[in-house]
Design a binder for this molecule. Structure first.
Ligand code: AMP
Length: 159
């Protein structure tokens, strides 16, 4: 039941000064930040992280977007963390992401607005899609020693 997942605050989120607000949302629901790194990824790393999308029409735009500035990577742990985080992040397409979700609250672009322009949609965050993906992505973004095991105040004071 206790799962780990990867969240990326993408360059558009970092540039807009949303690192604190986005991180706080996960903390507020009680999820535990167990790893945090700021990285400026290169094209090679982008191809590794987005290997499922490399052949897609929007990939050149996706690569340009993810390498245009630093990214903040968070390893997040908690009960059903993968599904919980995906729920909080909202739909990939900001146009249909519900208000209250990160993408619904901070973005408004649509596939229509980027298609044909060779661009990737700017949706501020990435979150692993399932447990298998989460495991592989955490391994890609974090060394073992960068992931921390500790007790939150709630764990220390309420048990
Ligand atoms: P995902 O692995 O589903 O997070 O997709 C990677 C990222 O690629 C998304 O977060 C968007 O930024 C972008 N993306 C996905 N699908 C499209 C699309 N059809 N058109 C433009 N950008 C897309």
């Amino acid at each position: 039941m206790i799962e780990r997942t990867l969240v990326l605050i993408k360059p558009d989120g970092v540039q807009r000064g949303l690192v604190g607000e986005i991180t706080q949302r996960f903390e507020k629901v009680g999820l535990k930040i167990i790893g945090m790194r700021m990285v400026w990824v290169d094209k090679e790393f982008s191809k590794e992280h987005y290997k499922a999308h490399v052949e897609k029409e929007f990939y050149p735009g996706l690569e340009a977007m993810i390498t245009e500035g630093p990214v903040v990577a968070l390893a997040v742990e908690g009960i059903h963390a993968v599904t919980q985080v995906r729920k909080m992040v909202g739909d990939t397409e900001p146009k249909i992401a519900q208000p209250g979700t990160i993408r619904g609250d901070y973005t408004h672009h649509s596939y229509e607005s980027t298609s044909g322009a060779g661009k990737a949609i700017r949706n501020v965050v990435h979150a692993s899609g399932n447990n298998k993906e989460a495991e592989a992505e955490i391994e890609l973004w974090f060394k073992k020693e960068e992931l921390h095991s500790y007790k939150t105040a709630q764990e220390v004071h309420t048990f």
